[in-house]
Write a protein that binds this ligand. Structure first.
Ligand code: PEP
Ligand code: MG
Length: 591
């Protein structure tokens, strides 16, 4: 039977494919595909983990004190039996050999299957055995992570992707996906994403958008209602997932898919047209990237530079082993070289909140670190608390400047005290490079305006920084006190809120008056709904996922800023600026 699951649309378009469920686990579980040549090795890893757990349980049993209740020994026997039972051992192996899942993923996928079977059992005693299976799987996962970790290298993933070619398209369904895992999936085979949790600007949603594939987040029940291999339609425009659609519905969506492919091809023709408004204002359309490998795609999409390189993705997924100066330098240099002389704005590491270093989802971060990670030690706060690491990153960025035009961007600055420390760190990094005889050139230094305090002190900030970039994702989160990763308050996350518009307008106006470059690199920049509004505010530089550039350029080419500024005046003081803007736009069109 066909059902519909509702969530939030975060990445447009229609995806049709079979569901691949990624279970969440209390253990840090890596999800990746293993290439055909590594399957045997992966099965051996699983077997070694099973032997290790069996030995562990035997040892526990032998060491049970004489006075221990005999149920305990019986329970350990049950665990041993489960460990060797076909429904776990053989089926898990099947996920590896048939689907090319890594051992940890295979185990958690099989746990998901078994957990559902237990949930459906009539007998309460049997139902409770689910906890035993969970414990056994958890032991196995621990044993796997203790042992040699399966390599998560991009070439194996692409090989696995090629092995899949020709089969049904796949759609990923998960309770939540850690940003680090999302990045792994970026080089993978999924044609769409569905998650139970997350908000429109959660980092998981952002990575999905950067992949330019349809995604729905905050679809609360999705991972419970959808089963492995179900056929899914993801309507990324409406935020709906249709599970096992009827042939008529499927045909309708296939039609829409063809339409949007045509529309995309049409927009792509604008790729190399300069973005100039009808009244002659040149507008800079830049790319947001997550890895040096995204550079070529940015150029291809017609970006005139990189406005935001989220360097934190280089730091994730490394089990605490952070990238050294040379490794970072090579990554930044590769991005700079890929951009062929166009500017590359490298943001210093922005970890914390919903972008933990470890492979954790936002939910898990809250569970582990508690309280309000968004208000905690993230972004520049974290960098300043690790001065050696910060200077190392600055040296790596400065060294890349010898290969092209580099700008440094500092996330989440809020205090002038931080500004002082940032420039001291830069001065020391330069001195260290001089001492080592390393080449670098002058780089502009900019601040992200993403905390209301920064927007309110823009004048003072601009005494120190060469440019600013407005991070609307965080600026909205912090202005409205809405956790951007929390779907429960997602309806309150409102870019049209008068307070947000006020801070945006004030920042853009003041930077323009002072003759400093200002851009927006949050998700608003790539959302065509806001293009005209931002142009009316005086913004002339937008940074977004490369896939959004053509659509935004189309808006720019059709805009007349003189009319837009007049339209802007009509919404000043409106209680509902979104509605007032829409009505003013209608008036503009009908005149
Ligand atoms: C922002 O906050 O708008 C931004 C661009 O940074 P990030 O989304 O990486 O926090
Ligand atoms: Mg931010």
């Amino acid at each position: 039977m066909s059902i519909q699951v509702f969530g939030m649309p975060v990445s447009r378009g229609v995806a049709i494919g079979r569901a691949v469920l990624v279970a969440s686990s209390r253990v840090d579980v890596a999800h990746y595909f293993v290439g055909a040549d590594r399957i045997d090795q992966e099965v051996l890893r699983l077997r070694a983990a099973r032997d290790a757990v069996a030995a562990e349980i035997e040892l526990l049993k032998n060491e049970l004190p004489a006075e221990a209740p005999h149920e305990l020994a019986a329970l350990l026997d049950v665990h041993l039996m489960l460990l060797h039972d076909d429904t776990l051992a053989v089926a898990t192996k099947g996920w590896i050999t048939e689907r090319h899942y890594n051992a940890e993923w295979a185990l958690s996928a099989q746990l998901e299957v078994l957990a559902r079977q237990f949930d459906e059992m009539e007998d309460a005693y049997l139902r409770e055995r689910k906890a035993d299976v969970e414990q056994v799987v958890e032991r196995l996962l621990h044993a796997l992570t203790r042992g040699e970790r399966g390599a998560v290298d991009a070439s194996a993933v692409s090989q696995a992707a090629r092995d899949f070619a020709g089969e049904d398209p796949l759609v990923l369904v998960a309770s939540d996906v850690a940003p680090a895992d999302m990045l792994q999936f970026k080089r993978s085979v999924f044609t769409g994403f569905v998650t139970d949790v997350g908000g429109r600007t959660s980092h998981t949603a952002i990575v999905a958008r950067s992949m330019d594939i349809p995604a729905v987040v905050g679809a609360r029940e999705a991972s419970r209602l959808i089963r492995q291999d179900d056929w899914l339609v993801i309507d990324g425009d409406a935020g709906v997932v249709i599970v096992n659609p009827s042939p008529i519905v499927l045909e309708e969506y296939r039609f829409r898919q063809r339409q949007s492919d045509l529309e995309r091809a049409r927009l792509n023709r604008l790729r190399h047209t300069p973005a100039v408004t009808l009244d002659g204002h040149a507008v800079e359309l830049l790319a947001n990237i997550e890895s040096p490998g995204d550079g070529a795609g940015a150029l291809e999409a017609g970006a005139v530079g990189v406005g935001l390189f989220r360097s934190e993705f280089l730091f994730m997924n490394r089990a605490g082993d952070l990238p050294g100066e040379d490794e970072q330098f090579e990554a930044y240099r590769d991005a700079v070289v890929a951009l062929q002389g166009l500017p590359v704005t490298i943001r210093t590491v922005d970890v914390g909140a919903d972008k933990p270093l470890e492979r954790m989802s936002a939910q898990e971060v809250r569970r582990e670190h508690g309280l309000n990670p968004a208000l905690g030690l993230r972004a520049i706060r974290w960098s300043l608390s690790e001065p050696g690491m910060f200077r190392q990153q600055l040296r790596a960025i400065l060294r890349a400047s010898a290969y092209g035009k580099v700008r440094v961007l500092i996330p989440m600055v809020a205090h002038l005290g931080e500004v002082k420390l940032i420039f001291e760190a830069l001065a020391r990094a330069r001195a260290q490079l001089d001492e080592a005889g390393r080449a670098y050139t002058r780089v502009e230094v900019g601040a992200m305006i993403e905390v209301p305090a920064a927007a309110l002190m823009i004048d003072r900030f601009l005494r120190h920084f060469d440019f600013v970039s407005i991070g609307t994702n965080d600026l909205i989160q912090y202005t409205l006190a809405i956790d951007r990763a929390d779907e429960a308050v997602a309806h309150l996350y409102d870019p049209w809120h008068p307070a947000v518009l006020h801070l945006l307008q004030a920042t853009i106006t003041r930077a323009n008056q002072l003759g400093r470059s200002v851009s927006v690199c949050g998700e608003m920049a790539g959302d065509a709904v806001f293009t005209e509004l931002l142009l009316a505010m005086g913004l002339r530089s937008f940074s977004m996922h490369p896939a959004r550039i053509a659509a935004i350029k189309q808006r720019v080419l059709r805009a007349d800023t003189r009319l837009l500024v007049a339209q802007m005046e009509k919404i000043a003081g409106a209680d509902d600026p979104a509605e007032a803007w829409r009505q003013a736009a209608q008036g503009r069109v009908s005149h």
